[in-house]
Design a protein around this ligand. Sequence first.
Ligand code: SF4
Ligand code: F3S
Length: 113
Amino acid sequence: MPFVVTGKCINCRYSDCVEVCPVDCFYQGENMLVINPDECIDCGVCEPECPIEAIKSDDELSNEELKWAEINAKFSALWPSIKETIGPMPRAEEFADQGSEEKLALLSEKPGE
Ligand code: SF4
Ligand code: F3S
């Protein structure tokens, strides 16, 4: 049961989660990160690192949140790997209180740089 980055990450992308992952299975989009479900070993160490609790185990996802498991699977195959923390996005604090559903329309499909 892999861990999943939910939409709360969008436009915050604190990236604290990346450095603790023992198998480097985070991938970087323009405004969020995702986890490759085939590479994640379900260790759980990334979950408490996220300051806005954007990471969940896939068995904790609500029905509404299941789409984020699909989004992680899809974009981890398309976006570049990220192995080191890059710091939050410039307006992270402004978006920190918004939930996944509010942020869905803001998801950029572009790869991160
Ligand atoms: Fe990496 Fe472990 Fe988080 Fe999976 S649960 S993304 S292996 S740190
Ligand atoms: Fe996103 Fe939280 Fe990681 S905001 S980049 S899941 S630390």
